[in-house]
Write a new protein. Structure first.
Length: 75
């Protein structure tokens, strides 16, 4: 096949200015939520039922939240 033919250029060609970002792929919001739920020992399938019970949800969701004083180094 001649080098000037489009199928050959498409098959063997390179993208002129394509750069891939360094590092792992960026996470989606849902991936971050799943990771946080795993760290809090919440099953992803049960979070809606847990969220309906406000007192329990508040206890579970604030386990991971940083304390304001600890964040500033006051305690």
């Amino acid at each position: 096949m001649e080098p000037c033919r489009l199928p050959r250029q498409t098959l063997l060609g390179e993208i002129a200015y394509a750069e891939r970002p360094v590092g792992p792929p960026k996470l989606k919001f849902k991936d971050g939520v799943k990771r946080d739920m795993i760290s809090l020992d919440i099953k992803f399938s049960d979070w809606k039922d847990l969220a309906k019970e406000r007192d329990q949800w508040r206890k579970v969701s604030t386990r991971m939240a940083p304390k304001p004083m600890m964040k500033l180094g006051w305690g």
